[in-house]
Write a protein that binds this ligand. Sequence first.
Ligand code: ADP
Ligand code: MG
Length: 677
Amino acid sequence: MNLHTSLEHIKGVGPKTAEQLRLSGLETVRDLVYFLPRKHEDFSIISTIDTLSPGRRTIKARVESVTTKSVRRGMKVTTAVLDDGSGKVQAVWFNQAYRQTQFSDTKQEYFFSGDFEFSYNRYQFTNPSAEKVVDMPVQTDRLLPVYRSIKGLKSQLVRKLLAELRPLLTMIPDTLPDTIVRSEQLASTSEALLGMHFPETQAQVVRARERLAFEELFQLLLASERNKQENAKLLSWPVTFQQSVVKEIVARLPFELTPGQKQVIWEILQDIERQEPMNRMLQGDVGAGKTVVAAVVARQVVSAGHQVAVLAPTEILASQHAKTFATLLEPLGVKVAFLAGSVSKKRREPLLENIENGQAQVVVGTHALLEPSVRFNKLGLVVIDEQHRFGVNQRQKLLDKSERMPHLLAMTATPIPRSLALTVYGELDISIIKQKPANRLPIETEIWSPVSRKQLYQTIDAELAAGRQAYVICRLIDDNPANDTKSVEAEYKKLQNSLFGHRKMGLLHGKMKPGEKEQVMQQFLAHEIDILVSTTVVEVGVDVPNATVMLIEDADQYGLSQLHQLRGRVGRSSHQSYCYLMTSDTKKPTRRLREVEQSNDGFYLAEVDLKLRGPGEIYGRAQHGSLNLQVATLADTELIQRAQRAARAFVRSDANLLQYDQLAEQVARYQRLTTLN
Ligand code: ADP
Ligand code: MG
């Protein structure tokens, strides 16, 4: 038997079991060996109910009675009374309705393990785990690994199978280079896997986790380093810095650049002087002034005889950028063109021609720019707004349109915590604009409860009376745009029947055609609309300086970074702006909302968001879910730094990655994942 052996060859696995395992992604011995426990329950000390004190506790008890009730918003609460002969205690589970059937047999004895705490006016166990006493493996009487449940199989089975594999675990060769294991003083692969599946002490679990987490991070960071190396092999057009060109455009700006903007422009200009394509991400909080940075750089690139493409995620944003670039660059003789899905066929033909013959020097548009019909003429720079990275596929498309790889500048208002920047975006160089232009007043943010809605409307109406405009963002129902539309329409009606009845209102949602959206945004910009009722489609980039009020309904339903992004739609002029966070019920506001109320710092909020929700929630499951980190957390900056040092050293040494099978395989996977999308 070895790691590649199929699981059906293990004792105790019949065809049915093998099929269930396969459905859960477990096919080989290796899959099972790396099927790591979610946690370990400590059964070394069993308390009796009459002596329980608050904390993480384990008891051995029967279930006397169990009931399940539905409370608000589909939440199910299951309550059980547990009895161990010394006394009785209550246990509560939230949204685990299966507990109701699980505990129907009152004779069965279980170990319950979890937090014994004071809540809802009594001491109780909250969401304890439960293991049948008869199922407990004989050899584990202390730390019990708890595995994710596999559909159709008893929770015991995984433990039994692993027990079969235990002798093999002791012989597994190391998956990391020797030198690294030694210099980082890590547990060996074998030691780590034994420590996860068969720990005798908590210290063994800690050491096992450290090793496995380090390995995951090392793989991820090594993948970044190799992506960087591969990028460096590509050839771009070097753009020589000409002081007079840059000075001219900067002198014509209607404002002074902030020190942060100057610094970043300098970093980019230095980058694009090289033959190796730039691969840089510019982070700057909403309103930090990233567009003008791109425009100054674009001016230099055009002046060196190359084309610039500017890509925006939506048509509204693309057209706004086209206008900004035209305003800044056309007086200097630069030709700016706009291309998006809505551009008519008749206007498209000559436009495509101008792009191909190089007359259009800066081309602003949506992803329509990537279509095969668009051919560039010495494309020197691609600016991507509001997207974190540009995948290999997209880059390949650009390369097909251009003899050389263009320099890439990705701009994002989503502040990315340092740990994520290092791991997930490791192949990008990062520039950050920290300050905002000095003429901005900080936005005042307040949490409101629906009971005071009328008073809030009066406050907002006073702003409208003073000539300002407002956004009202509606409830995020689910991922279904049809439901969003319904909620926007309902909100619109509600506002019309309120004291805002005499105000001009507009409506914006994801189901509208690009042309319709554009029209509404134009009306709002021209102040033909006082209140714009919208879904989160206004989230990115849109700039209406006269709008000073942002009311977000059901604010508790959003993530911190998203609230901060929405808030960034206001505060874009020298008028005082306000952001009102309306809670969905009258309960005490959550810690998350209070963080947004108290901080205007997008980076800080992103760090908090990362801690509270994890990267998958924030940056999209598709991207980060697939990273599939089992043990490492991206919040562990210290380990990330260690892994990064090791990855760099490995790349610099002449070690051959292919010598390490499993490592090479994982690194290749991460390389694909992190350059893709
Ligand atoms: P973002 O970084 O969110 O993309 P924008 O580039 O849209 O920000 O800039 C926001 C607004 O700030 C624009 O109206 C822009 O003209 C203005 N702006 C940019 N830089 C400065 C500056 N240095 N001083 C004053 N206003 C500026
Ligand atoms: Mg922007």
